[in-house]
Ligand binder design. Structure first.
Ligand code: UDP
Ligand code: MG
Length: 322
């Protein structure tokens, strides 16, 4: 008999006391269908919860040795909690899920099946969602802006609910940037990525850990982490304003030449000078911006590339690889 594959589940937990028990029970019940073929680990990352989530998790751990509890010293945020889980989990595949039952445990089995048929990343894509109109509208606007600006394609209507093959996990661990936008990083890494559609439920109990302030920070991480377009915009605006200045100059000179008896109005000089100076300044800021953009990309310190396959011996070349 071949050894059973191991699947690790990663659950970020922030004030989820009303959900932990149901989540665990539902998941374990669902997993019975495939239990004979796999072993499981459940990694719960307590992100500095203020309620008694941690105590509940430790109780679970007493009952089930497959449960691992990691507890942060303070609230570092959802993305960090998931990162810690991915860093920690040792498994053939890692499934990331929200802990409020918005991501149905049954769907994770579909993710596993898709992984077995060859995908390295299986992301769960929302066919429908039961969030508030405000959340839906802002999410829509955000993904629209992201798709326009980002240097890579990040699938729409997906959260962090996804399965990652161990190869992808190994690559992700090399990305150590602080302002993290995980779903962007996963797209960035590459490999074979496929979608499974699902209907997203409403949060079972408790309230969202993403108030507007955190959502804005998250959106900024997504856009700024994968785009230097805003910096390039500076010089474009600068050039546009300079162009206006040149139109002004042409206008003034033409008036002078064509009809020397009419005086060029006084505002023309002021306007032209203002546009010209403003334009030059912005263009120069844009030049600075393009250097800053490069520095930014360098300090992110991302790996240069990831191999999906290396065919051929690597003997004697170990010293060249990391
Ligand atoms: N979460 C976290 N740290 C935070 C906020 C949220 O670990 O600072 C967890 C939370 O427990 C949940 C997941 O991240 O498992 C998604 O958060 P939430 O459901 O509050 O966000 P929403 O679904 O409203 O976007
Ligand atoms: Mg939620």
């Amino acid at each position: 008999m071949t050894e059973r594959k191991k699947i690790a589940y990663v659950f970020p937990i922030y004030n989820e006391r009303g959900n932990i028990e149901v989540l665990y029970r539902t998941l374990v019940e669902e997993l019975k269908r495939i239990e004979s073929r796999y072993t499981f680990e459940f990694v719960f990352v307590d992100d500095g919860s203020k309620d008694d989530s941690l105590e509940l998790l430790l109780e679970l751990r007493e009952q089930d040795p497959r449960v691992t509890v990691l507890s942060f010293a303070r609230n570092y945020g959802h993305q960090m909690a998931v990162t810690a889980g991915i860093d920690y989990a040792e498994a053939d595949a890692v499934v990331i899920m929200d802990s409020d039952l918005q991501d149905p445990p049954a769907v994770s089995i579909q993710l596993i099946e898709r992984w077995e048929s060859g995908a390295d990343v299986v992301y769960a894509q929302r066919r429908t969602r039961k969030d508030t109109a405000f959340k839906r509208t802002t999410a829509h606007a955000f993904y629209w802006a992201l798709s326009k600006l980002a240097s890579i394609e990040i699938p729409r209507n997906t959260g962090d609910f996804r399965l990652l093959d161990r190869r992808v996990v190994a690559e992700l661990r090399k990305y150590r940037e602080h302002n993290r936008f995980l779903r962007g990083l996963v797209s960035y890494v590459g490999f074979r990525q496929e979608a499974v559609l699902f209907d997203r439920d409403a949060r079972l109990s408790g309230e969202t850990g993403y108030p507007l302030r955190k959502m804005m920070k998250f959106a900024a991480d997504g856009i700024l982490g994968f785009s230097t377009v805003p910096l390039q915009l500076i010089s474009r605006v600068g050039l546009a304003i300079s162009a206006l200045a040149f139109l002004g100059i042409i206008y003034s000179v033409t008036v002078r030449l064509v009809a020397p008896e009419t005086t060029v109005p006084g505002w023309a000089f002021v306007t032209v000078a203002m546009f010209l100076l403003g334009g030059i300044q912005l263009t120069m800021l844009g030049v600075l911006g393009s250097y800053v953009g490069r520095i930014y990309v360098e300090v992110q310190h991302r790996p240069l590339y990831s191999f999906a396959l290396v065919a051929g011996g690597t003997e004697g070349r170990d010293d060249r690889t990391e």
